[in-house]
Design a protein around this ligand. Structure first.
Ligand code: G3P
Ligand code: MG
Length: 249
């Protein structure tokens, strides 16, 4: 099955609009839209009982205050936690969203998405399968095709096997010589990489090989402009308003 065509924007808001709102919450997705983003990136992992939720860390401590592993906490328990107060008192009471609730929010706001599969160790395939199953069931047909990404080749391989039509990007912090072999192995259409570590020669190599190239997490307007000048297609940023203004200038 051919991979669906992907219309990647020039800017994707990271974890929602993480500069302004608690990361990976519905408030953050709404804030990204309010600040001009048309796409958002967020991290999906599984609760202890296998519900896909928006969460970056393996521990709930930083963003909810509960010093417990996500993988050892049920969805019912996670739903009770405050995922906003750590950011600012005004966000107190914000909840950890399920992946399904996040998709409903995207539909409401008309937002596209880069869904980062962020499995807890050992749950790469299980997490990928849960993400694919929710997307198959619930992705709104009026939204652009989502981009799946992961640092875990195993998760992307599982996505390729289960849903070959869903476009995939391999996340690599610093591009090394084997980047293309890894991208080919998972049939990736894109490379998402740390923009602060990206050399112009590597950017040129990725583009010459025909891949979409996205750079994270760029909150500095001059750096965003420099990366776009190097051929980067898309900037992933916590501050969509600032970067949008810079790349329009
Ligand atoms: O997907 C881009 C970026 O989010 C990858 O790093 O750690 O912020 O998920 P991280
Ligand atoms: Mg991420």
């Amino acid at each position: 099955m051919p991979v669906a065509p992907l219309a990647l924007p020039r800017l994707i808001a990271h974890r929602g609009a993480a500069t302004y709102a608690p990361e990976n919450t519905l408030a953050s997705l709404h804030e990204a839209r309010r600040r001009g983003a048309t796409w958002v990136e967020f991290d999906v992992k599984l609760s202890g009982d296998g519900v896909p939720i928006l969460m970056h860390d393996e521990s709930l401590k930083r963003t909810t205050g509960l010093a417990r592993a996500v993988a050892q906490t049920s969805w019912a328990e996670i739903q009770q936690l405050d995922a906003g107060g750590w950011k600012r008192a005004a966000f107190a009471g914000e909840r950890v969203p399920s992946f399904e609730a996040a998709i409903a929010c995207l539909a409401e706001e008309g937002l596209g998405a880069n869904v980062e599969i962020k499995p807890c160790p050992g749950r790469e395939v299980e997490t990928a399968m849960a993400v694919v199953s929710v997307l198959r069931r619930q992705w709104p047909p009026e939204l652009p095709t989502p981009l799946l990404s992961s640092f875990k080749d195993k998760a992307l391989t599982a996505c390729r096997d289960a849903a070959p039509e869903l476009p995939r990007a391999l996340l690599i912090d610093a591009l090394a010589d084997r980047w293309q072999a890894r991208a080919e192995a998972v049939d990736a259409v894109g490379i998402n990489t740390n923009g602060k570590k990206l050399a112009a020669s590597r950017a040129a190599e990725v583009k010459a090989a025909g891949y979409l190239l996205s750079a994270y997490t760029i909150n500095d307007p001059p750096l965003a402009q420099a990366l776009l000048a190097m051929g980067v297609d898309c900037i992933i940023t916590d501050s969509p308003d600032l970067i949008d203004a810079a790349i329009r200038a």
